[in-house]
Unconditional design. Structure first.
Length: 413
């Protein structure tokens, strides 16, 4: 009974983490346009924000996995929460100086925290029960992540992008006043996030949560020196690439969403673009809510393949459509991306021995470095051509993910 109660507490606390990093992700894409407006950086330069954010995942994943492996999931999660809080508080000097470079450093530390959380929380949620329902369980938790992503742009749109960028006729005093107001709002939001993160850190410290091996007796901790054998599994290796390409597309799609809809709709303001982005993230959340129950009847692999193939077609369509239809098509892309990350994660780690899961989980988190690379590339393309071309280059990446779902995910016996 005690163990069952502890498992329920663990599920609630870990699910709250999915919500937390969802809010952070929802905000980061709004910050791209915010920095373009108020710190006067180009789309290519604003892509460095994703480079710092998702590059942190690549750097922290193995150290975070080592901490979770050597000590426990709980220690790994607390380590991540501490870094998350520190990064959020570093926004204070960044806003005071209105320094883009200091913002990059603050978001790097913040993302190191989130990367640590993902390195522990994703495999932990997979192992909080039987393998059969792993895709269902992690997608259910990720639904709260979607809710957090939905709230992020609403907060950012109201507090950041509502402060209109100043035109050529604006006085120096008007420009400075807008900058001070904008930076003050950014600081307020991230200090609030830091306070919430610290409270959750305290909750983890005060509660006992079981390890995956304590939840399911089928997974016994064995010789972790053999964890490197995770690379012997073909479905894991192909899944690692699929996750890299998926995150590359997801991050780039979000980073330039506002740019795309404003460019393709006359008289549409940035703030309105942020609200459409919120709708896209609602579609992302609904996609998970609607699709997760389907996994009880249809294999997650097949749903991944179907959704990714549809997105291949939609990215091609984005090159040709204009007006309100372009917004609808782009929102649809987010709906069909919804189940990709947790489903690829669950498929790639399926049937792995317990002593390989933590390393496998860390490597899958490292693969989100795709999100660090793609936005700068797409931003450069956008600066020289247009945002339609940027979305077009995402199509072949979705096509590979579709292939992985249908064929590459097969487990060799």
């Amino acid at each position: 009974m005690t163990n069952s109660k502890n498992i329920k507490i663990a599920i609630v606390l870990v699910t709250s983490l999915f919500f937390l990093w969802g809010v952070s992700y929802g905000l980061i894409d709004v910050m791209n346009k915010n920095f373009q407006n108020h710190l006067h950086v180009t789309q290519h330069e604003s892509g460095f924000l994703q480079l710092a954010y998702f590059g942190a995942y690549f750097i922290i994943a193995l150290p975070a996995g080592y901490i979770a492996n050597k000590y426990s999931y709980k220690i790994g999660i607390m380590f991540g929460l501490a870094l998350y809080a520190i990064g959020s508080l570093l926004i204070i000097p960044a806003t005071n100086l209105a320094s883009f470079h200091l913002f990059l450093f603050a978001f790097f530390i913040l993302a190191c925290g989130i990367g640590s959380l993902e390195a522990s929380a994703n495999p932990y949620m997979v192992k909080l029960g039987d393998e059969k329902n792993a895709s269902f369980r992690i997608n259910a938790a990720q639904s709260f992540n979607g809710f957090g992503q939905f709230l992020g742009p609403i907060i950012g749109g109201a507090l950041f992008l509502s402060i209109t960028k100043q035109g050529q006729n604006a006085s120096k005093e008007q420009i400075e006043a807008a900058l001070v107001e904008n930076m003050g709002n950014v600081q307020l939001v991230y200090v609030g996030i830091a306070a919430i993160v610290i409270l959750i850190l305290i909750a983890f410290a005060l509660n006992k949560i079981p390890e995956g091996s304590a939840v399911n007796s089928d997974y016994k901790q064995k010789d972790y020196s053999k964890s490197i054998e995770v690379f012997k599994h073909r479905h894991f290796n192909l899944g690692l690439l699929a996750q890299f390409l998926y995150i590359a597309n997801q991050v780039a799609a979000g980073a330039f969403f506002i740019n795309y809809v404003v460019e393709h709709n006359e008289n549409l303001k940035d703030e309105q673009g942020a609200y459409y982005f919120s709708i896209a993230l609602v579609a992302f959340m609904i996609g998970r809510i609607v699709s997760t129950p389907l996994m009880k009847k249809i294999k997650g692999e097949n749903i991944l393949g179907i959704y990714s193939f549809i997105n291949t077609i939609l990215c091609i369509a984005l090159y040709f459509v204009h007006g309100f239809l372009s917004i609808v098509v782009l929102i649809a892309v987010f709906f069909f991306m919804s189940i990709s990350f947790p489903t690829i994660f669950a498929i790639a780690t399926k049937n792995l021995p317990f002593n390989q899961v933590k390393l496998g989980g860390s490597l899958l988190v490292m693969s989100v470095v795709g999100g660090a690379i793609m936005p700068s590339i797409v931003g450069l393309i956008n600066d020289h051509y247009n945002t339609s071309t940027g979305y077009l280059v995402m199509a072949p990446l979705f096509l590979y993910i579709a292939w992985y779902g249908f064929f590459g995910s097969k487990i060799e016996v």
